[in-house]
Structures are given as C-alpha cells and as structure tokens.
Write a protein that binds this ligand. Structure first.
Ligand SMILES: Cc1cc2nc3c(=O)[nH]c(=O)nc-3n(C[C@H](O)[C@H](O)[C@H](O)COP(=O)(O)OP(=O)(O)OC[C@H]3O[C@@H](n4cnc5c(N)ncnc54)[C@H](O)[C@@H]3O)c2cc1C
Length: 414
C-alpha cells in the first residue's frame, strides 16, 4: 500500500523533502501557513555555495570573540538577554569551535554541499527555471593588505578540499566585475558555486513542480502534532490531517512543534536582514560579492542589488534592529555605486542553527514515523535538495547520497 506523508513547512527544505519523497512513490501533502518559499528561503543571498564547508563556529571564532564582545561589529551582534536565556546553545556553539571538533564537521558539510549544485540544476531544469541560475560563482573580497594572507589561507583550505577557487589580482577582478570600485587588495573567485536571481521564486517553482506531479499543497497554520494510531496527526487551524509519516521542516520554527512531544531541540537562530538598492546607471554585478572585512554580501537580484547583513543573535521574534544593515550600507557603497532603495521595506529572516552548525536529518528518537529536516543554518538554500534526498532515502531504506550519521537527530535527542 502507498504510504502517505505530510511535510510541515514549505521553505526550500520542506519543498525539497516533498519532491524527494514524491519521487519515491509516497503520497505527499505539503503544508505551510504561507505560500511556499516566503520566509527564510525568500530573503537569503541566493548563493548555491560549494565553498561553505567551514562552519561559522570554527577555531577562528575564538580569535574574533574579543572583536564581537563589544557588540559593534557588523559580522556578529547579540542581545545579551537572549544569550543569557539560552546558555546551553551558546556554550554548545562555542564548544564546537574547538579545533578538535572541526574536521568531522567540515567533512559533514562537504558531503552535503558536494551534491547541492547538481541537484539544484536538475530541479531547475525540471521546473523550467534554469534561466534563474547564474553559473558565474561568487567573489570573496578583502580590502586590507592583511587580507592577502587570509585569502591565500582560504584558497589553500578550499583547494585541499577539492573546491575550485581562483585568486584574482586587481586587474583580473576589474575584468570580471568592471563596476566594482578598485578598493580590494585580494579576491577569490569561487568557481564551483552559482547563484540565483530570486530565491523565493525558485522555491515557488519547485513547489509548483511538486503540485504538477500530483502533490497536494495546503495553506494552513499548524498548531500541533501528535501520534494517531500507527500514524501521525497534524492539527492546523483549518482542520486535521492524518498520514502514515510526518516530516517537520519548519526551519527556525521547528523546535516549538516538537516540544510537546518531549523532543527538546537545541535550535537557535542567527538573524539577518536584507534591502534592495538600485545600481547607478550602467553599473552592474555579474555575481554576488562577499566583502569579508566589511561583513556584508551584495547579490544581484531581479529587484536590484540585495544587500544582506551578518549575524544577529537575538530571539527569532524580537523587534528589528537595523544597526547592522545601516552599518554595512556605506561600506557597500564604497565598493559599488548603489543609489536609492528599490523598495521601502527591510526584510528580516532567521537562519536556523544547531550548536554544531549541522542540520538534523532523520527519524526522531522514540517516535517512529516522525522525521526531522531542519537546522540548515547559513546554507539551507543550497542544501535543501540534498537534505530532501537524504531524508527520503532514509524513509525508504535506500542508501543516502551522504552519510546521514553526522545529521542524526539522536546526537541531541534521546
Ligand atoms: C540574510 C541571510 C542570507 C542567507 N544567504 C544564504 C545563501 O546565500 N545561500 C544559502 O544556501 N543559504 C542562505 N541563507 C540560509 C537559508 O536562507 C536558510 O538556511 C534556509 O532558507 C532555511 O530553509 P528552511 O526551509 O529550513 O526554512 P524556511 O524557509 O524558513 O521555511 C520554514 C517554513 O515553515 C513555515 N511555518 C512556520 N511555522 C508554521 C506553522 N505553524 N504552520 C505552517 N507553516 C509554518 C514558514 O511559513 C516557512 O515557509 C541565508 C539566510 C539569511 C537570513
């Protein structure tokens, strides 16, 4: 008999899980309180990064901590009350930054990121949106003379892990991106990465593909999840939905739904903001740039240039604080001629992060038929499809495209 499954959350991760389960013959329902791809998966920088194999909490974090403690840095800001309210997460996050913890996490991230771009390319072709993908990589840029050594160390690290990066001198950088102002002393071109021109539209197209293949997409707010006979019952404001299996893919909202089941997930968020600006007449970018020392990304999008900010450690629902995005705007203007805003709103989103910066992919302990797929931190747009493939392979007892052990829910849940 065909097994039924309800996937809760239609961000990049949930939609990808739905597609991967559907491909394996399950009867899949996807439920979200909004249209697919309207939350975290909407506002990111759209980079499908082959290079993001170094977790943010790496040994270098210890060196940078004094810089961040002053709470004025554009890369990381925090609200003290939030950290004090979540000591377990922050201590776990810092603990994972110890040198001996690094190698297995880099290997795990590599195993996720390796298949990500090929999977996206296939899905984009199937969804008829291959034109949204720019196969032009992205640029990582340093301003100071000291940046040269940092760039060199980064290049060596990535090449040791089989990632193609090219160091560019000023001339080569200006040939690649003629509209950039000549303020950078070192540049790396991440050639194995790509980007899209509107991340929300990509999720939307993947969800449309799922629906066109016979999947059910429901718009409703889920309020509870519980066992029902041999299967699972999802209670939403508009009614109840029963299925043999349930997948929680609620990104930064995942922990709340699981808590009543006795599953206490140490999930926190790294918030970030974006704004769109128009370029000066005739100026353009061919690919996203990451200005390392100024701590922002600038990504060409359908609506203009999307300026994204660093990490804000605050409660997911705390009021906005525009300090970081305001701080990076003049720095971005030093690099590229941004003119007026292309829209009057500032978007905020929450990267869902577990202390080890690895997602949780697998069946919940003590809860057969309940599957978890969340915690994709800074790389969930890239790694949504591979997360879906791993999860669906595990559900169906097939070999997964990556070793699922590092992502097992049992590392935090018992
Ligand atoms: C500023 C910024 C820049 C980023 N840049 C990149 C990048 O360049 N590349 C990259 O790979 N990643 C990037 N990321 C990370 C990436 O965006 C996330 O990891 C990813 O979007 C997480 O996807 P998700 O599906 O887990 O969560 P989401 O996209 O947030 O999806 C969760 C879904 O759950 C739904 N939901 C919540 N509660 C309920 C409920 N009660 N009932 C029903 N539905 C509910 C929401 O509506 C939402 O659609 C960035 C993130 C930020 C913030």
């Amino acid at each position: 008999m065909t097994r039924s499954v309800i996937v809760i959350g239609a961000g990049m991760v949930g939609v990808s899980c739905a597609l991967a389960l559907q491909k394996r013959g399950l009867k899949v329902t996807l439920i979200d309180r909004r249209e697919p791809g309207r939350e975290t998966s909407y506002g990111n920088a759209g980079v499908i990064s082959r290079s993001s194999i170094m977790p943010l909490n790496n040994p270098g974090l210890w060196k940078n901590l004094p810089k961040y403690l002053g709470n004025r840095h554009a890369a990381v800001r925090y609200r003290l009350g939030h950290l004090l309210a979540n000591p377990g997460w922050i201590l776990g996050f810092l603990n994972e930054a110890r040198p001996e913890k690094l190698a297995p996490r880099v290997a795990a991230l590599e195993s996720l990121i390796g298949p990500s771009l090929p999977l996206h390319k296939r899905l984009m072709t199937e969804a008829g949106i291959a034109w949204r993908l720019r196969d032009t990589g992205f640029l990582e840029l340093w301003r100071s003379e000291g940046g040269r050594a940092a760039a060199e160390a980064r290049r060596t690290f990535l090449e040791d892990h089989g990632v193609r990066v090219e160091a560019l001198d000023r001339q080569a950088l200006s040939a690649l991106e003629p509209s950039l102002n000549p303020i950078f002393s070192a540049a790396l071109h991440h050639k194995d990465s790509a980007s899209v021109d509107w991340p929300g539209a990509v999720v939307e197209a993947y969800a449309a593909l799922f629906a066109a293949r016979g999947g059910t997409v429901l718009r409703d707010e889920v309020t509870a999840l519980g066992k029902q006979g041999e299967g699972w019952r999802v209670t939403a404001k508009g009614g109840q939905h029963d299925a043999d299996l349930a997948v929680v893919a609620l990104g930064p909202w995942s922990a709340e739904l699981l808590r009543p089941l006795g599953l206490k997930v140490p999930l926190n968020v790294e918030r970030g903001y974006h704004r769109h600006y128009k370029p000066a007449q005739g100026r353009f970018l061919n690919r996203p740039i990451y200005d390392v020392e100024a701590s922002y990304m600038l990504a060409p999008m359908e609506l203009g240039l999307r300026l994204t900010s660093g990490v804000e450690l605050a409660h997911r629902d705390a009021p906005n604080d525009y300090a970081q995005i305001e701080q990076v705007l003049p720095r971005a203007r030093e690099a590229f001629p941004l003119t007026e805003p292309a829209e009057d709103t500032t978007w905020r989103g929450s990267r869902p992060t577990l202390p080890d910066s690895l997602p949780m992919i697998g069946e919940a302990p003590r809860n057969p038929g309940l599957w978890l797929a969340f915690g994709n931190q800074h790389i969930g747009f890239s790694t949504g499809p591979v997360t879906g493939e791993i999860l669906a392979a595990l559900v169906c007892g097939e070999p997964a495209p990556a070793d699922p052990a590092p992502f097992a829910p049992g590392r935090y849940l018992s």
